[in-house]
Ligand binder design. Structure first.
Ligand code: ADP
Length: 589
C-alpha cells in the first residue's frame, strides 16, 4: 500500500479528525509566522530607539500600533512578542492534546472494527487463523497505526508550518530564500528515498512481532506442559530469540528515522550559511531582516528534519495498517451467514437429512447422515475418536454449513434462523473446558443477562457443583483462575455444565463432558444429566458409554457414517461395534 492510499483511506474514515487537525495546524502555523514577524520590530527598536532608518516590516507594525492607539515603544513591542509567545504555547498545548486524542480515537476505532469483524465471523475464520497474529494485531499493530496517524497529523502541521516559515524569508529576500531552499532540497532529496527501505523494515517488524506474540501466548497456555517436561529454559530461550529478531528490525527502522533527521541538520546549516553570506555580500538586506531570516531558518531546519524522518517512519507504519485490514477483510469474508427467523423455542424436533460434510481441501468427514432429535429426548452420539461426532455437533450449532443435505429445526432449515438467537437458546458444554478468570458467580452470569442468584444456585445444584462451591472460602465469589486452574477438572466440568443449564436452554449439548473425569466426578456429572433427562432436549457425545445408558436413542458413528442406531439394550443385542466398545470398556474398568 502506498503512503498516499493510506492517507486517502484514513481521510475517508476520520474526516472530522483530519479537518479539525488541519485547521488547528494552520492556525498554529499562522500564529508562529506572526511571532517571527514580530522579531523584526523588536530588533529594530533596540537598534534604532528613535525609530529612524527602521525596516519596512517595523514601519508596518508601527502603523498598526498607531491605528490601535498603542504607544510605539520598546515595551509595547516586547509585550506584543510575549503575548504572541504565550498564545503559541496555548495553541501548541491544544494541538498536542488533539494529536494524542487522535491517536487513541484511531486505536479505539481500529480495535472495535477488528473485534467486530472477528466476532461476527464464522468458526472457520477462527480455525483458519493464527491467534498470535490476531492478538498482535489488536495489541501492537493498532498502536503503531495510531502513532502513525498522529505522526501524520504532525507531518501535516510541519508542512503547513514550513510553508508559513518559508513565506517570511521569501517576503524579506526571495533571492536568499531561493538559494537556501535550492541547496536544502539538493541535500534532502536522497534522504526521502529511505522510505522504501523503512517500509520493508516495517514488514519485518510486524511479522517478527506476530511471531513473538504467538510464542508468548503459546508458552503461557502451555505452561504446565513446559514445566512438566522440565523445558522452562528452552522456552525462555525461544521467547528471547524471537524477541531478538524483532529487536534487530525495530532498531534498524528507528535508526533510519533518527539518522535522517541528524544528517539533515548540518546540511541545512551549510545551505543557510551560504545563502546568508551571499545575501549580505551581494543583495542589500537589512541586518534586522537577516536576523529574522536566521530566526526563521532556525525554526525551518528542525521542521525539514522532522518532515523527512516522519515521511520515512510513516512508510514503516504501513505494514501494520495492512495487517489490520488483512485481518478485518479475512474476517469479513468469513462473515457468519444468518437467516432472519428468530428462534424462541423448540416445538417438535431437530433433524439432519442426507448430510455430507468436508473440511476445505479434505476428504469427506460426514457422509449421508440422517438423524432426528425429538423435543425432550436424550440423543447420544458415540464412536471412536475421529469418527466425526464433534463435527456433527458443530453442524447442529451452525458452526459449519453442510456440503449437501439439510439441518432443520421444527421443519425449517437451520440456515433460515437467526443463528445468534438459536445459539442463545443452546446450553453448550464443550470438550475443552473454557472458564473465564473471574468469580464463579460471574462465570455463570455471563451465560445470560437475566440470571439471578437463585437461578445460579439452582443450576449449580443440578450440576452437583453447589456443595463444593460452598466449601470454598469465598463461595460463589471464588475466582477460578486462568481457564479455571484453581479448580479440579471435575469441578471445572460441573461449572461448565451449570453455566449451560443456568440459561434454561431449549437444547443442551454435551461434548464429551465426562471424558477426562475420574469415576467420582463422572458419577456427579452423570447424576446431573439423569436429573435433566426429559426436562430438556439433550444431545450428548460420549466416549464413556456408561454416560449414555439412559439415552432414548444412540447413533454410532464410524469414519463419518452412522453404522448403528437404537436404544442401549437394542445395540447391545445387535452385537456390533457398539457392543464391542461396551465390552472393551467393561473389561478395562
Ligand atoms: P470426533 O469428535 O468423533 O473425535 P471430529 O469431528 O473431531 O471427530 O473429527 C473428525 C475428522 O475431522 C478428523 O479426521 C479430524 O482430523 C477432522 N477435523 C476436525 N476438525 C477439523 C478442522 N477444523 N479442519 C480440518 N479437519 C478437521
Amino acid at each position: 500500500m502506498k503512503l498516499l492510499t493510506f492517507i486517502k483511506t484514513s481521510f475517508k474514515e476520520f474526516p472530522v479528525l483530519f479537518i479539525s487537525n488541519f485547521f488547528l495546524f494552520v492556525f498554529v502555523g499562522l500564529a508562529e509566522m506572526l511571532a517571527i514577524f514580530s522579531v523584526v520590530p523588536l530588533i529594530d527598536v533596540f537598534l534604532h530607539p528613535n525609530l529612524e532608518n527602521i525596516s519596512t516590516i517595523t514601519s508596518k507594525f508601527t502603523n498598526v500600533f498607531a491605528f490601535l492607539r498603542i504607544p510605539v515603544t520598546q515595551i509595547s513591542f516586547m509585550t506584543v512578542f510575549l503575548i504572541m509567545m504565550v498564545a503559541i504555547a496555548v495553541l501548541l498545548i491544544s494541538l498536542n492534546y488533539l494529536v494524542i486524542q487522535t491517536k487513541y480515537i484511531v486505536v479505539k476505532h481500529l480495535i472495535s472494527k477488528t473485534c467486530k469483524a472477528c466476532f461476527t465471523a464464522n468458526w472457520q475464520f477462527f480455525t483458519g487463523s493464527n491467534s498470535g497474529v490476531i492478538l498482535n494485531t489488536l495489541t501492537r499493530e493498532v498502536h503503531v497505526v495510531g502513532e502513525a496517524f498522529s505522526g501524520f497529523s504532525v507531518l501535516l502541521s510541519n508542512i503547513i508550518r514550513l510553508i508559513f516559515y518559508t513565506a517570511i524569508p521569501f517576503y524579506i529576500s526571495w533571492k536568499t530564500t531561493l538559494i537556501a531552499g535550492g541547496l536544502g532540497l539538493f541535500f534532502v532529496a536522497p534522504l526521502f528515498c529511505l522510505g522504501r527501505l523503512n517500509y520493508k523494515l516495517g514488514k519485518i517488524c510486524t511479522s517478527t512481532a506476530n511471531k513473538f506474540t504467538e510464542i508468548i501466548q503459546e508458552s503461557f497456555l502451555a505452561a504446565k506442559v513446559i514445566l512438566g517436561f522440565g523445558n522452562s529454559l528452552r522456552s525462555v530461550r525461544e521467547c528471547v530469540r524471537t524477541y531478538d529478531e524483532h529487536r534487530k528490525a525495530v532498531v534498524k527502522s528507528q535508526l533510519i528515522v533518527f539518522a535522517t533527521s541528524k544528517v539533515l541538520e548540518p546540511c541545512g546549516w551549510v545551505a543557510i550559511l551560504i545563502a546568508i553570506y551571499v545575501s549580505l555580500k551581494y543583495f542589500s538586506v537589512e541586518l534586522a531582516e537577516v536576523a529574522t531570516i536566521i530566526y526563521a531558518m532556525v525554526k525551518i531546519i528542525p521542521l525539514v528534519k522532522e518532515i523527512a524522518s516522519q515521511n520515512n517512519s510513516l512508510h514503516g507504519f504501513i505494514p501494520s495498517y495492512e495487517q489490520i485490514y488483512d485481518t478485518i477483510n479475512t474476517a469479513t469474508r468469513h462473515n457468519q451467514k444468518s437467516g432472519n427467523i428468530i428462534f424462541k423455542r423448540l416445538d417438535k424436533d431437530i433433524t439432519l437429512q442426507n448430510i455430507n460434510f468436508s473440511y476445505p481441501n479434505r476428504e469427506p468427514v460426514l457422509r449421508d447422515i440422517n438423524l432426528k432429535i425429538n423435543k425432550g429426548s436424550m440423543v447420544a452420539l458415540t464412536g471412536k475418536s475421529g469418527a466425526g461426532k464433534s463435527t456433527l455437533v458443530d453442524l447442529l450449532m451452525g458452526f459449519y454449513q453442510p456440503t449437501n443435505g439439510v439441518a432443520s429445526v421444527d421443519g425449517i432449515p437451520l440456515s433460515q434462523y437467526d443463528v445468534y438467537s438459536f445459539r442463545q437458546r443452546i446450553g453448550y458444554v464443550p470438550q475443552n473446558i473454557v472458564l473465564f478468570n473471574t468469580s464463579i458467580r460471574n462465570n455463570l452470569m455471563w451465560s445470560s443477562d437475566t440470571v439471578t442468584q437463585k437461578d445460579i444456585e439452582e443450576a449449580c445444584k443440578i450440576a452437583n457443583a453447589h456443595d463444593f462451591i460452598m466449601e470454598l472460602p469465598e463461595g460463589y465469589d471464588a475466582v477460578v483462575g486462568d481457564r479455571g486452574v484453581r479448580l479440579s477438572t471435575g469441578q471445572q466440568q460441573r461449572l461448565c455444565l451449570a453455566r449451560a443449564v443456568v440459561r434454561k436452554p431449549e437444547l443442551l449439548i454435551l461434548d464429551e463432558a465426562t471424558s477426562n473425569l475420574d469415576n467420582e466426578s463422572e458419577a456427579f456429572i452423570q447424576k446431573a444429566i439423569s436429573d435433566l433427562v426429559h426436562k430438556i432436549t439433550i444431545v450428548v457425545i460420549a466416549h464413556r458409554l456408561s454416560t449414555i445408558v439412559q439415552a432414548d436413542w444412540i447413533y454410532v458413528l464410524k469414519e463419518g457414517v452412522i453404522t448403528e442406531e437404537g436404544t442401549y439394550s437394542e445395540l447391545i443385542d445387535r452385537k456390533g461395534l457398539f457392543n464391542h466398545m461396551v465390552n472393551i470398556q467393561s473389561f478395562s474398568n
